[in-house]
Design a protein around this ligand. Structure first.
Ligand SMILES: [Zn+2]
Length: 596
């Protein structure tokens, strides 16, 4: 637990935080500068930052308990003993010992950081010393490191190694200096080579540090924007070691699931093979299976995805809908897509279904096919009994996937696109229209209310668990339930009081206090207990008495305490609320005082 470190913004395991120190406040991700070191043998003599950062830090009289930098349980048994002896021990950051050992193998790299991060409290900063390069900085922060230093960059300078964004080069391998930093833009490579060894080393070290500094700034902006993952996928590409690190990291599902927001107001760019392994993709696929119940319809219509999101707003989906519109009351629509697998029409607004972008070439690689096939198979295994037959309006790879998956199920499948025919072609659309008309007894359009209610119900189930949707939509006798607003800005109300709103910017359903009260007993997974106060604006971590483990960043939560009941959006995970002493836990949207 920390007195001096506060996490302000999270993007997966990566964080932006404020470290309060006697010398002033520092923002993480933080790059510490080393001041002097003995060149040649790579042994660091003195390490301290600007403004006497460390001198201040290590002045024992400033602290009421023994302080030390290296107190990591896995390497330092003193940590547990100290914690037992002094329960009030405050620690603001941890330093990973023998970090260079991580470089032995990608697996060690992953294990060392994840084990350490899991062992120390979430509101404590984590420093991995002396191994950072420009190339690996992004993945270190992505894994949950908060502080790095330029030791390695400086040592490399003394070794005549010039850091590049995508690796490094020996100075004598370069013909030019591919950089615009203050050092490189003021010197030609010949001039640099002409300097004496010591000055040359200093200049290369300076360039290395400046480039690292620039990289840290870029990473900070990525965390702030919520798209560090895309940057990491780009960054690791230059190194087989780091690509292996990312692939191994992606098997650490629990670590990232506990730290990844449920929703973002950002497009998820799935441009690499690793994008398929993102926790957002796996979480969506799991929730479609665990938190979604299709409405009872006879026909399952499987459609291809569209580049424009939400799908309904795309020209291709406008055509599909027009073809089946008169019979939509018989039809349940399911969209087949990579990398999300299957997206029920009612969930097209949720994150990341309305927030992803993939390169479209018509070619699907084996892994993509296998993953999407497995999603469709799992969906059908769970829901097939709902349907009498499947109409697949699919071509190309989509059609092949659907054909190979459905052949094992013994259900009739009608394909409405001929081979080599686009799903949006006139012929295919006419065939779809004719087939649907033949299959359905009479016209049955969905009313505006039904369409909107299906979406709100599915979104509520997806967010809060099955049952929440029916709970919020159902009206008691004499209760007038209405849904107003144009797609997708729907607003659900009861007797004129708003219960919930769709928030398209995040793909979430936001509850009002009235809405939360209506389904209070169905919100156990997203419930928090707070102290004896009426919050305004935000609830800080120390004010949280209890929080469901399931809560993630940007989840809609309900909080109650002796004096207040309200709704808001989580700014940290439930487990983090319990383990932190600083930081905003929830942004309050609406609160009512109790017992007044
Ligand atoms: Zn430079």
């Amino acid at each position: 637990m920390s007195k001096f470190y506060e996490v302000r913004k999270r993007d997966g395991a990566a964080r932006i935080g404020i470290l309060s120190l006697p010398g002033g406040k520092r923002q993480t991700p933080l790059l510490l500068r080393i001041d002097s070191l003995s060149a040649g043998n790579e042994e660091i003599k003195v390490i301290h930052a600007e403004d006497s950062f460390f001198e201040e830090l290590f002045k024992e009289d400033r602290w009421t308990v023994p302080r030390g930098a290296v107190l990591l349980p896995e390497v330092h048994p003193l940590f547990t003993k100290l914690k037992e002896a002094i329960p009030s021990l405050w620690v603001d950051f941890f330093v990973l010992s023998f970090a260079s050992g991580m470089l032995n193998s990608p697996r060690d790299f992953v294990r060392r950081i994840i084990n350490a991060r899991n062992a120390i409290p979430p509101d404590v900063a984590f420093w991995v010393p002396a191994i950072v390069t420009v190339e690996n900085a992004a993945i270190l922060f992505y894994m949950g490191v908060d502080i790095i230093d330029d030791t390695n960059a400086v040592i490399k300078g003394y070794q005549g190694i010039y850091l590049l964004e995508e690796g490094e080069a020996r100075l004598n391998e370069l013909e030019d200096l591919p950089c615009n930093c203050s050092i490189c833009s003021s010197l030609s490579i010949d001039k640099l080579m002409g300097k004496d060894a010591k000055e040359r080393a200093l200049l290369i070290a300076k360039h290395n540090t400046l480039l690292l500094d620039k990289e840290v700034k870029k990473i900070k902006e990525r965390i702030r924007a919520g798209n560090l993952r895309e940057y990491v996928e780009m960054r690791v590409r230059s190194s087989a070691f780091l690509t292996a690190v990312l692939r191994i990291l992606d098997t650490e599902e629990e670590y990232f699931e506990r730290r990844t927001p449920v929703a973002r107001n950002q497009c998820m760019k799935a441009n690499t093979m690793e994008s398929l392994q993102r926790i957002e993709v796996k979480r969506f696929a799991n929730r479609v299976l665990e938190r979604y119940e299709p409405s009872a319809r006879e026909i399952l219509l499987i459609l291809p995805c569209s580049a424009k999101k939400p799908y309904s707003t795309s020209p291709s989906h406008a055509k599909f809908v027009e073809a089946v519109e008169n019979y939509r009351g018989y039809i349940h629509e399911l969209i087949l897509t990579s990398p999300l697998g299957v997206v029920p029409r009612e969930l097209e607004m949720v994150y990341p279904a309305a927030f992803y972008d993939i390169p479209v070439t018509g070619y699907w690689d084996a892994e993509e096919r296998e993953w999407v096939s497995s999603c469709l198979r799992a969906y059908l295994e769970r829901n097939l009994r709902n349907y009498e037959l499947i109409v697949a309006h699919l071509s190309g790879a989509y059609k092949e996937i659907c054909r190979s998956v459905t052949k094992d199920f013994g259900i009739e499948v009608v394909f409405t696109c001929e081979n080599n025919e686009e799903a949006t072609s006139k012929e295919a659309l006419n065939r779809l229209k004719r087939q649907i008309a033949e299959l359905c007894d009479e016209r049955k359009r969905l009313s505006g209310f039904e369409m909107k209610a299906n979406m709100i119900k599915a979104m509520a189930d997806y967010q809060f668990g099955i049952g929440a949707g029916t709970g919020i939509i159902a009206g008691k006798e004499g209760e007038r339930i209405r849904i107003t607003g144009k797609f997708p800005y729907y607003k659900l109300s009861s007797n004129g009081n708003v219960l919930a709103r769709v928030v398209p910017a995040y793909g979430l359903l936001a509850l009002t206090v009235k809405g939360a009260r209506k389904i209070e007993n169905l919100l156990s997974l997203y419930r928090m207990e707070i102290g004896d106060f009426v919050p305004e604006g935000s609830i800080l971590a120390p004010g949280v008495i209890n929080a469901s483990e399931q809560i993630r960043v940007n989840d809609e939560v309900v909080f109650c305490g002796e004096k207040a009941f309200g709704v808001g959006r989580a700014k940290m995970s439930g487990w983090e609320m319990m383990e932190s002493r600083r930081g905003v836990a929830v942004q309050v949207r609406e609160v009512v005082a109790r017992g007044l």
